[in-house]
Ligand binder design. Sequence first.
Ligand code: ADP
Length: 296
Amino acid sequence: MLDSELLASIQQLVEKKIGRSIQLGPTRTVSGGCINHAIILETDIGLSLFVKWNEQAPGSLFECETDGLTAIRLTRSLRVPEVIGSGVSAHGVQFLVLEAIQTAAPGAHFEQQLGRQLAELHRHGVAEEFGFARSNFIGSTPQPNRWNSSWIEFWKSCRLGYQLDLARNNGYGDHRFSRLADRVLDRMDDLLSHEVQPALIHGDLWSGNYLADEKGNPVLLDPAVYFADREAEFGMTTLFGGLSHWFYDAYQEIWPMQAGSDDRIEIYRLYHLLNHLNLFGTSYLADCLQIMQKYA
Ligand code: ADP
């Protein structure tokens, strides 16, 4: 609930950041997020704030989001909202305050622009190893990011193996699931073997995590960043669809995919399906098993 305690904490944080006092104005509820409550909050100085909060947020959820947005911003490839700050209210509610993006209809070449700029993000976000400076979250599931010089080892321990273990702990580890899980993990060395360099990916790119700003240009939201095989990005973009060939063609004009990417992307999709299984339940089990069966 957006109570006076929380509003006071938000006001204090914003005033500290901008160095002057403000009055908070009207609020408008925003829907569409999967995890948190969100509002747009007006101020008397013409600054619109996007505020989200969570009474039961896992520790550091919003600090991780801040670090992810900052990492993307530093690549100067794609717009992300400016972070005003994050904090905890007197009643222990975690919150995050961002610049509110004024939205408009997507421009005529929105998808191409998103595709091109995403390729720029992947090209400019470089690191020595796979992982990230801190572990973060995918939705509300922890996402470990221990640095690793081997992409396949990283994928097996921090991504696929991690979600498979979670699924087993969540009660999905019957004989069939466990047998397929073990076999599919064993096959990763073969299936993911290709030339790969660490590239910064958004990590959770679906239609709820981008929007069009006041000029109709793309803005990325709510990332789960890490340095990855860039093809891992498309495990999520292809999970629910929504982006057309314009997006993929524009991406490939900047940085073509390597041969065999379709199979790898399906494996990367399995990570997100398992995460949905772990977060939202059995309706995702059949899709998980289908990919596991295919690659086991
Ligand atoms: P959650 O963490 O709950 O998934 P999101 O960060 O995805 O929440 O935000 C939920 C929705 O709020 C998004 O789908 C988008 O429509 C809107 N939104 C997110 N950030 C902003 C922003 N900075 N400005 C305006 N709208 C935003």
